[in-house]
Design a binder for this molecule. Sequence first.
Ligand SMILES: Nc1nc2c(ncn2[C@@H]2O[C@H](COP(=O)(O)OP(=O)(O)OP(=O)(O)O)[C@@H](O)[C@H]2O)c(=O)[nH]1
Ligand SMILES: [Mg+2]
Length: 460
Amino acid sequence: MSPTSPDTITALATPDGEGAISVIRISGPLSLSILKNIFHLRKGEPREMEPYRLYRGWIHDGDRNIDDLMVAVMEAPRSYTGEDMVEIYSHGGRVISSLILDLITSRGARMAEPGEFTRRAFLNGKMDLTRAESVAWLISARSEEELRSAVGQLGGGLRDRLLKIKGDLIHALSLVEITLDFDEHEDHPVPYPEVRALIISARRALKSIWSEARAGGFLHDGIRVVIVGKPNVGKSSLLNTFLSQKRAIVSTEPGTTRDTIEEVIRLEGIPLRLIDTAGIRQPSGEIEREGVDRAREKARAADLVLVVLDSGTSITEDDLKTLELVREKPALLVINKTDLPEKVNLEQIRHELHRKKVVKISLAKNWGIERLRQEIISLIREEFMGGNSAGVMISGRRRDSIKEAVNSLDESLRSVERQLSGEFIASDLTQAIKQVKLILGEEYGDELLDEIFSRFCVGK
Ligand SMILES: Nc1nc2c(ncn2[C@@H]2O[C@H](COP(=O)(O)OP(=O)(O)OP(=O)(O)O)[C@@H](O)[C@H]2O)c(=O)[nH]1
Ligand SMILES: [Mg+2]
């Protein structure tokens, strides 16, 4: 029995609803005695149940049989949670599983909270936080790309990299701390070059984990791609083309789209949250003003912007305003309506482009759409995926911990460069090590665990 989780929990581990079978889990000290109380083996089965074997029999509530099914027993610590566990494989269907759950809770177990089984696995040392997190990711993966990354992390790759970083930093700290024990620093100087090399290698490894965690976040949550431009350039037509459906109203009338419209698409497995917005211009009424404000807001919050220009009109003040909005953003310039006689003059906005790529298309004629897709994908890979799309999943506050660790290492490096005394270096190194421990889950608080495990489903 673990001191942190003395009670026994139960939950349906398969999706709620009709199916061929349902799996019900019990974990905790009462698991086996509860099972004995509500289960009898079929005739011909051995009398004693050994762990890790399937047994067939009946679940009953004393005088009434409920289901003919299979069960398996796992003994602490050799189970998913590290506690005594039971799994019951019943016939599928809401009624059977809820009757069985009622029986189990009436015998002293309580319903589990989301992620509580995995939380116990973590608390009992069965897995570190990077692997616990990869379990949640695995379940919620919506593309093969995500799945691949999650499986890699489940295999312990991320954990090993973090342990190596921690090891290097502890080594550096020990080199520094030895010198603190002597009063006369001159005789025992900090071995600066050696300490510096260790810090630089740890810092590089952390930076790369940070960008992979960012990529993992994008793979999971999607990249916000916002379509902006003056009225009537074909923004809504572009959204519809990507969706292959007439989602947004398209019309010759400028100012058609008032609100923002958001839909998710996938390009090569990467989810994009594509957002169509109201045309940016001096608004003519209350509703349009709100629409334009929202468009600006979306553009500011975008990860990537598609600025649409009309090839058939010359550059206007509204175009310039839109371009100004995305000056510092990853963006593509999309020149639409190239089927019309060309009036747009890109020379005029050359200094506004800032090395942004220009893609010419005609949505009316379906020209250049594939090329646009390719340009979007390559910009995304370059900007958000660090060249490839393998990600790791480190969520919420622990992702900030990576940044903080890097900052502390930057500080320590400055002290090393200036050959300051060991105290300064040691205190920054200690900070960085603390953050790495946090990411691994070697140091944690209840709040942090709540944040991670609340995202799990019940029964996991
Ligand atoms: N000739 C031509 N017309 C196009 C092309 N793409 C879109 N249009 C037309 O341009 C008009 C405006 O298209 P929308 O997609 O509504 O433009 P928008 O940018 O969403 O406009 P607002 O919502 O008013 O800001 C419609 O009549 C479209 O049929 C194109 O490639 N060539
Ligand atoms: Mg529109």
